[in-house]
Structure formats: C-alpha cells, structure tokens
Design a protein around this ligand. Sequence first.
Ligand code: IPE
Ligand code: IPE
Ligand code: MG
Length: 250
Amino acid sequence: MVSEAANAGQELDLSRIPAHIGIIMDGNGRWAKARNLPRSMGHKAGVETIRSIVRECNRLGVKYLTLYAFSTENWKRPEAEVGFLMDLLVRYLRSEFQELHENNVIIDSIGDIEALPAKCRQELESAYERTRSNTGVHMYLALNYGGQREIVKAVQKAMADVQAGILKPEDLTESTFSRYLYAGAIPEPDLIIRPSGELRLSNFMLYQSAYSEFWFSQINWPDFTPADLRQAIADCQKRDRRFGGVNSEG
Ligand code: IPE
Ligand code: IPE
Ligand code: MG
C-alpha cells in the first residue's frame, strides 16, 4: 500500500496509475562528467536508480515498465564503453536478481537480443525463465533496441506468416500488427519519461508511442528519484487524454 506520507504533495490518483511506463534512461555520462568521474561511473550510478524506480513501480501497481538501456545506435560508442555496459548488464542481473524475484518482478527484455554477447543473452534468458510466472511489475529491459528495427522485423514476421498462409494481408490491422512487435500486444505506454534535458525519442517505441504522454526533465538519470516518478505520473494525470476524440465536458 502507498502511505499518505509517500504520496504527499503530489496528489497521485492511485486508481489511475499508468499501466505501462517507458523510461529513456539518459544522462549517465553528463552526471559523471559534472563530478569529474569517468562515464562508466555514471552508468554504475544509473543502475542504482533502476533499483529504486522498479521498487516504486511495483509499489504503485504499474503493470509494465520498459527501460531503454541500449539502443541499436549505441554500438557507435567506444568499444570500451560498450564492453563496460554489457558487463554491467550481467552484473546487474546477477546482483539484483534475488531482490527482483522476491518482489515478484518479471525480468524480460525487448530488442535484438541475439546480437548481444552470449553471457548477456544467457543471463537474460535465465532471469526470464525464473521469473516469468511472477505477478508483480513486468519489466522489459530494452537492449539493442530500436523502434525502426522493431517495426521492420514485425513486417518481416507478418510477411512470413502471409507466405506460410497463416495471415491474409487484409487481416493485418493496427492491432494485429502489434502482435508482431517484440513484446507482443501489451498495452502501449501511457507515459514516456525522458530525463537529462533531451527532447527526443531517440528511436524508442515509435509504433507504441502514438498516444503516449511525454514527460521530460533536466534531471540526469542517476539523480532521478521515486519522487520524480510520482511527479511525472501526477503531472500526466492532470492532462486530458483525448485520443483524437472530445473530452467528457465536450
Ligand atoms: C544513457 O546515458 C545510457 C545509455 C545510453 C547506455 P548516456 O551514456 O547517454 O549519458 P549522456 O547522454 O552522455 O549524458
Ligand atoms: C537513448 O540515449 C538511448 C538510451 C538511453 C539507451 P542516447 O544518449 O543514446 O540518445 P541520443 O544520442 O542523445 O539521441
Ligand atoms: Mg545520452
């Protein structure tokens, strides 16, 4: 349960918590730079933030949480940074597994996982197998993820189904198309959060964000707190989501 104190000042409507939140975890490098630390220390600090945010999502009853951790474009970074991030992923999954499992979190991933180093793949698959029947927040780590690639791959899968006679082209609709996305037809993100001051999606959830609410902030990801998450939710609850229609007051 969410106590009054934890909720203070933010007027969260607990009956309207977003079912799916996406977070573009950005600003680790700038956080480190501001402290004269190497970028790797920023990534390490960013992992600490994940712990507190997953816990908070679980507490609030968020059903799906997608965390953008590594994009299809992030391979452009220096080899040492990419290597550090891959190792950090393995260390994260090993060190956080117990707590996540005890908190009923499903540890899942989206993206071209096959192209990740074998140890990352194995750790992700094993974490998913061991947590798939949990009932808490379903966490997706978006790794080697790109929204454009996701759409292209979905089209490829749909075309293969057409060739196999399983799908008729005219039966492909906005909703049947979602089944071909990495996570299948789960609810689209109600809220997409991007810290660090950048005002762009950087290839995150291009198909699913058609009607997402966006919340941007200057805070770098390592400094992002559960209170910031509650603020983002509270701010979005004040917005009128019309989905192209008219609001109830007309
Ligand atoms: C986000 O932080 C982490 C990844 C993209 C892997 P950045 O590393 O992009 O941090 P900035 O944007 O340089 O501050
Ligand atoms: C987006 O951040 C990707 C992740 C947070 C994983 P980037 O730092 O890669 O995005 P750009 O380069 O600023 O657009
Ligand atoms: Mg960045």
